[in-house]
Ligand binder design. Structure first.
Ligand SMILES: NC(=O)c1ccc[n+]([C@@H]2O[C@H](COP(=O)([O-])OP(=O)(O)OC[C@H]3O[C@@H](n4cnc5c(N)ncnc54)[C@H](O)[C@@H]3O)[C@@H](O)[C@H]2O)c1
Length: 283
């Protein structure tokens, strides 16, 4: 794992939802950069598989079953990392997966319970994780927190009130905490990924519809969607000394999706469909 310089040598990091997807790749990249990593995830089997993969590559990693929708689990996760390795330098708040069908839709459809449940995992988890992590980071002389938002935190779409509101709140939480904890040397940033083709998304959306993915990619100036490692690399950067003057930012990692005019995009997509009439639209 020592391919020359390691940017996070001996740092201690927690990655929530670190079993797979973006969090999985982030746990692997942090370990490659020398960090000791605690994966906190509800999926124990997937976490164990990622732990095995990281250890195989020579990294230092442990996992803990924790639901970031629950305060006790968050407290336990921070105590576990600190108890094991004596400090905490990096916290990556990444865990989320839409579970409850009542979280879909707009205000008329979303149930109050699904709203509360979604906000607990998407937003409240970040407040509670900071509550327990910040005192340890102060003690270590500083630290880095990275909150995973989305391009949906900047722009919005119908059909998912909880997700859109939650991801935009993540950016507000990030800015407030950056102001609050900057004096303690704790940097807090968010990342806004575009569509990232994780293992699960590949299987669920694209395995049966590769033409749909090619169409989807046309929305991106770089003509591809993201890979989990694209976000993991941005996390490593934001946690490293190279980002020591960056805080309170929402770093957009989206292949250019959000910088183009919609009217140009609309025409491009119309041409694409004309040229590829068999395209099966993703949704
Ligand atoms: N994949 C994308 O296109 C995309 C784009 C923008 C933002 N994001 C965000 O990135 C993050 C990761 O998404 P992903 O696509 O890698 O998801 P994923 O479903 O592949 O992985 C999510 C991981 O989080 C875990 N998890 C879910 N709820 C949890 C909870 N309450 N407590 C602890 N662990 C929990 C799951 O078990 C899983 O291991 C999410 O916050 C998501 O909203 C994803």
């Amino acid at each position: 794992m020592t391919n020359g310089r390691q940017r996070l040598q001996d740092r201690v990091a927690i990655v929530t939802g670190g079993a797979q997807g973006i969090g999985g790749a982030t746990a692997r990249r942090l370990a490659e950069e020398g960090a000791k990593v605690l994966i906190a995830d509800v999926d124990a089997a997937a976490a164990a598989a990622n732990v095995a993969r990281i250890r195989e590559a020579g990294g230092t990693v442990e996992s803990l079953t924790a639901d970031v929708g629950k305060h006790d689990d968050i407290r336990g996760m921070v105590e576990d990392a600190a108890g094991r390795w004596g400090r905490l330098d990096v916290l990556v708040n990444n865990a989320y997966r839409v579970q409850n069908p009542e979280a879909s839709g707009g205000a008329e459809e979303v149930s109050e319970g699904a709203w509360d449940e979604g906000m607990d995992v998407l937003v409240k988890s970040m407040f509670l994780a900071a509550k327990h992590a910040v005192p340890l980071m102060r003690r270590a002389g500083g630290g880095a927190i990275v909150n995973i938002s989305s391009v949906h935190g900047l722009l919005t779409a119908p059909g998912a009130l909880v997700y859109e509101a939650g991801k935009s709140a993540v950016i507000g939480v990030t800015r407030q905490m950056a102001c609050e904890y900057g004096p303690a040397g704790i940097r807090v940033n968010a990342i806004c990924p575009g569509h990232i083709v994780t293992e699960r998304i590949q299987e669920r959306m694209w395995d049966a519809n590769p033409g749909g993915l090619r169409f989807f990619e046309q929305q991106y100036p770089l003509r591809r969607c993201g890979r989990p490692v694209d976000i993991a690399n941005a996390v490593v950067f934001l946690c490293s000394e190279e980002a020591s003057f960056i805080t309170g930012q929402a770093l957009v990692v989206d292949g250019g999706l959000t910088i183009q005019l919609q009217e140009n995009l609309g025409v491009h997509l119309a041409h694409y469909i004309q040229e590829h009439p068999d395209t099966q639209l993703p949704y």
